[in-house]
Ligand binder design. Structure first.
Ligand SMILES: O=C(O)C(=O)C[C@]1(C(=O)O)C=C[C@@H](O)C=C1
Length: 289
């Protein structure tokens, strides 16, 4: 068959049918793709068997199967070795789907979502994959209550913002250390919409994490003063939200590294209360193409 007729008969797959490529070559390339798909499928099935053994072995303690720190470590390792034409974002999406299915395999796994915008619901779906039941709830308090009651294993909530109304500022009443921030969505890009995942107990460290610290203080203290006190204690904030609700001034500090209950640096802080709210893996920057 001539190059011209080949171009006419198979216009739908231009990459595999460059002008001049005979159909035999197309068939050979597709046979190669089929072989690779079989190998990929075998490996994905073997991976699921290992996850099933891990779940059955009981070596993993704690109520929720979710280990966002471990997921972040896997994704960072794969992105560091990634090369070639497939976008890094596609690798992340493939593995996010695998992680979601792996979590679902380990028992009931439901995600309660309070989304201020449609984009946050999408973030939850993209992050946890298509296999996970999402339960949209009308308030952050309802989503947290679902997790506290064991009806959901994780809550996805909008990332805190400066000046948000009191009923939106879920972090001011987060019942830590019982419930803690364990992940930030999306992992792949630091885009406009962002959400935090809250689950029972502590997050697992990923090796490159950021912590959230809630500070409570009476009276007036400016942002610079609060930041300076944190820095003096060895906890320089990467960002700081400040709000006053009635007579209580609260701050939410984002701090590099892991800050947990019992951290000696907390004892040095000149505030009425300093409560770690959990931590999350530092997201990978990238164009989610
Ligand atoms: O390593 C675990 O604890 C697992 O459950 C396995 C696995 C995975 O598929 O790699 C699944 C879900 C967790 O969130 C993290 C990792």
């Amino acid at each position: 068959m001539t190059a011209a007729s080949d171009t006419k008969t198979a216009p739908a797959t231009p990459a595999a049918t460059a002008p001049g490529t005979p159909p035999e070559a197309l068939a050979a390339l597709r046979a190669e793709i089929d072989r690779l798909d079989d190998q990929l499928h075998d490996l994905v099935m073997r991976r699921a068997e290992v996850v099933a053994s891990l779940a059955a072995s009981g070596v993993k303690r704690g109520g929720s199967p979710l280990r966002p720190g471990r997921e972040a470590m896997i994704l960072r390792r794969l992105l560091a070795r990634h090369a070639g034409a497939l976008p890094g974002g596609a690798v992340v999406r493939l593995w996010r789907e695998i992680f979601g299915a792996s979590s679902a395999m380990q028992g009931g796994f439901t995600v309660a979502v309070y989304a201020r915008e449609e984009a946050q619901l999408r973030l939850a779906r993209d992050h946890f994959g298509g296999a996970i039941p999402l339960r949209p709830l009308p308030t952050a308090a309802r989503a947290l209550a679902a997790v506290a009651a064991g009806e959901a294993q994780v809550a996805v909530l909008p990332a805190p913002e400066e000046g948000e109304p009191a009923e939106q500022a879920w972090w001011t009443g987060l019942d830590a250390p019982r419930l803690q921030v364990v992940a930030r969505l999306p992992f792949w890009s630091e885009g406009e919409a962002a959400a935090l995942a809250v689950a029972p107990g502590a997050a697992d460290p990923s090796g490159d994490d950021r912590s959230l610290l809630r500070l409570e203080m009476a009276g007036d203290r400016g942002r610079a003063q609060v930041a300076a006190a944190l820095a003096a204690a060895g906890l320089p904030p990467r960002s700081l939200l400040l709000r006053r609700d009635g007579g209580v001034v609260r701050a939410l500090a984002e701090i590099d590294g892991v800050v947990e209950d019992g951290d000696a640096r907390l004892a040095a802080l000149p505030f009425d209360r300093a409560l770690p709210l959990g931590f999350h893996a530092v997201p990978e920057r990238g164009n989610p193409g």
